[in-house]
Design a protein around this ligand. Structure first.
Ligand SMILES: [Zn+2]
Length: 692
């Protein structure tokens, strides 16, 4: 999973469940589900086949808030009991025998399955999608919260045939069930952990690709996004072919699918063969420079080996998933964006990790409660340095042996290290001590590796050493600026030394045809130090972030030209979060005499963006500008209170914090109390929980 704040999920998964059932081996699960979006329910039937490894008198499955109407064991009525967390089947199970268990059930998931757009009047925005990791598939399917139970699942889904239905595995047939209903039958050939099950339903079209090795790749998109397919999925095939080649073990599943969904919880999730990701990454070609899907694309794909083919035994071995997916994604990006991009990425994360250590917050990679920075970035660093230690050939050999030996099984850090030791003939205890056990980071060793490979970082470190010795005025910046073609070095010089740079360098930066270099210029604090015309030229750059920064700074600085700037940018929308449109509406209303007759139209548009039909990124932006400049309407307050129950953790927090703040104002307080009458108990729960 590519996400932030993994910690919370992890803590929950450690202490609440992890009850391992080692006397039973579930082999197959044949699932038939019927999602009922209006009722937010899942009706399901599942048949499990399992082997008994030792005599036991009960078998259990995780089943959260699931009610059962029929439970059969080998075709006969079973003796069972259930709670709101599990179902137990009671019988004297004999070692060596196989059984089939049939469960007919109804689930009302409070998490894991998200039904969006079924209650509003917006056409074609209906979606259903699942998120299993950290959220428990057992909310919609009696299954196994323990990652160690791997099952070959086959999914059958009954739904309205006007929608696209996507799930793990190969779609082998669809058949009409009744009028307007179809059953989609997906086949899987290998076992996997339950958290990797996925279902997505919505209005989609698809782009079909085939990897060099012949694996079908399907990239889904909304019908209105056909022009965004190329920039969004740019390099997909190249990444796929690269990873198969670099890892040296064939892609383990029958096919690969990527599905964007609305208001996703994270950046992306690597369900087996079926990555679900945030539609905030569905972008046009101008946005590519500001925010693209390439890293998430590569990260989730790498998990198909590291996480899905071999799966951590439990959270103590989480490095084996996130560190590896992060590292291989960086390698894939290195092939696409070049060495400089790769080493500067490592340099930047090394700096972040060192900052953590300086604050005494460094963490061991073996700490199951470590932060995502540790698991992802320190994890990637550990692999980079391991490869340094043992060399390319042994590294690749060890990775291949490890993946082959533990295919479709669970792994520990020791399993991995043993394979690397035997492939390299090295004793890796020093590596383990430095990179895995250590809460600090071997900074100098890491830095020396960067110096070895990256000429531009070598210059950066020289410049920093100069800076420590001399006053900034005495530094020969031109030597560093001209010393390397590195965009990253130039950006660093502009960002950290803007106040001391000679005119000549600023001129060169403005004259550059590289958008990211010019973007750094758009971020400066005081634009009056730069020639007006040069700064204005940034307004035409192919980057929505550059244009956003530039428009705001110009508008703030050159009052007499506000109308010109607004006219120039009036048709721009920007990133998927509408960054430019929201800013433009705000500035247009704040500009005296600018299309005064339209002020109400502009306000209605901006104010309308807090509605739940828009993505939470857009809503968050609209709340921000309204709060800063205009205040909230009653409808905005209602939208805000509804947002306090949103399924996205970040947006929910944003809404709760904002509500807590605005309610301090007496006028708002009265209006909020008034609007509350139109809300239901769930929507009012947060308001009632705070003191105001
Ligand atoms: Zn991940």
């Amino acid at each position: 999973m590519k996400l932030f704040l993994f910690l919370l999920l992890l803590l929950e998964s450690f202490f609440i469940n992890a009850q391992h059932q080692d006397k039973i081996d579930f082999v197959r699960g044949e699932i038939l589900i019927t999602p009922l979006p209006k009722e937010k329910k899942i009706l399901g039937k599942v048949t499990y086949t399992f082997k008994v490894l030792a005599d036991v008198d009960s078998v259990f499955l995780d089943a959260r808030n699931i009610s059962f109407s029929n439970v059969k064991l080998n075709g006969a009525k079973a003796n069972y009991s259930n709670t709101d967390k599990i179902i137990s089947i009671h019988k004297k199970f004999k070692k060596g025998r196989s059984y089939t268990l049939f469960l007919d059930y109804s689930a009302t998931p409070t998490q894991t399955v998200y039904f969006l757009g079924w209650e509003d009047d917006v056409p074609d925005n209906e979606q259903i999608w699942t998120q299993g990791q950290g959220k428990y598939t057992s909310h919609w399917l009696p299954s196994f919260d323990d990652m160690e139970e791997k099952v070959e699942f086959d999914l059958n889904i009954t739904f309205d045939d006007s929608y696209e239905v996507i799930a793990n595995g190969k779609l082998v047939s669809t058949k009409s069930n009744s009028k307007d209903k179809k059953i989609w039958h997906f086949d899987m050939q290998h076992p996997m952990s339950s958290y990797l099950l996925a279902v997505a339903v919505g209005n989609y079209q698809k782009q079909e690709l085939v990897s060099k090795s012949g694996i079908p790749i399907t990239n889904y998109y909304y019908p209105q996004d056909s022009l965004r397919v190329e920039p969004t999925y740019r390099y997909t095939r190249r990444i796929f072919d690269f990873l198969e080649d670099e890892i040296g073990v064939p892609y383990p599943w029958q096919n690969y699918k990527q599905v964007p969904v609305h208001d996703f919880l994270y950046a992306g999730m690597e369900n087996t063969g079926t990555t679900i990701f945030s539609d905030g990454y569905v972008i046009d070609s101008t946005a590519f420079i500001d925010k693209n899907y390439v890293n998430v694309n590569a990260h989730e794909l790498a998990h198909q080996w590291f996480g899905n083919l071999v799966t951590e035994k439990d959270g103590n071995h989480h490095w084996l998933q996130e560190g590896f997916a992060t590292y291989y994604a960086y390698l894939a990006e290195k092939g696409i964006f070049g060495n400089d991009h790769f080493y500067w990425k490592l340099y930047n994360t090394l700096t972040e990790l060192q900052d953590l250590v300086d604050k005494n917050e460094g963490q061991s990679l073996l700490d199951p409660k470590a932060s995502s920075l540790t698991f992802y970035e320190k994890g990637a660093w550990a692999l980079f340095m391991l490869r340094e230690d043992i060399g390319d050939a042994a590294f690749k050999k060890g990775i291949q042996n490890y993946l082959k030996k533990y295919s479709f099984r669970n792994v520990t850090v020791s399993d991995f290290l043993e394979e690397m030791e035997s492939a390299s003939g090295n004793d890796l205890s020093a590596f383990k001590k430095d990179w895995l056990d250590n809460t600090g980071i071997p900074y100098d060793k890491a830095k020396n590796s960067l110096i070895k490979y990256s000429p531009s970082l070598r210059l950066l470190f020289e410049m920093e050493a100069d800076f420590k010795k001399a006053k900034s005025d005495d530094i020969d910046y031109a030597k560093y600026w001209n010393g390397s073609p590195s965009i990253h070095l130039k950006k660093n010089i502009l960002e950290y030394h803007q106040n001391s740079l000679p005119e000549e360098i600023i001129e060169k930066a403005f004259a550059s045809d590289t958008v990211p270099i010019r973007q750094t210029l758009s971020m400066v604090a005081d634009i009056k130090r730069y020639p007006k015309e040069a700064f204005e030229s940034l307004l035409n750059d192919k980057s929505y972030v550059t244009v956003e920064n530039t428009l705001f700074k110009l508008w703030q600085t050159y009052l007499q030209d506000r109308k010109v700037y607004l006219d120039e940018t009036k048709d721009l929308i920007g990133l998927p979060n509408k960054n430019l449109r929201l800013l433009w509406l705000t500035l247009a209303m704040l500009t005296e005499d600018y299309q005064g007759s339209k002020t109400k139209v502009y306000f209605d548009e901006l104010s309308g963006y807090t509605d739940s039909r828009y993505s939470f990124e857009i809503r968050q932006g609209a709340f921000f500008y309204l709060k800063e400049a205009f205040g909230f309407t009653d409808q905005n307050l209602k939208d805000l209170m509804q947002a306090t129950t949103h399924h996205s953790w970040q947006f929910k927090k944003f809404a709760r914090d904002l509500l807590k703040e605005v309610i301090k104002d007496q006028d708002y307080k009265k209006r909020i109390e008034n609007v509350s009458k139109e809300l239901n108990d769930e929507e009012l729960r947060y308001l009632k929980s705070i003191e105001y």
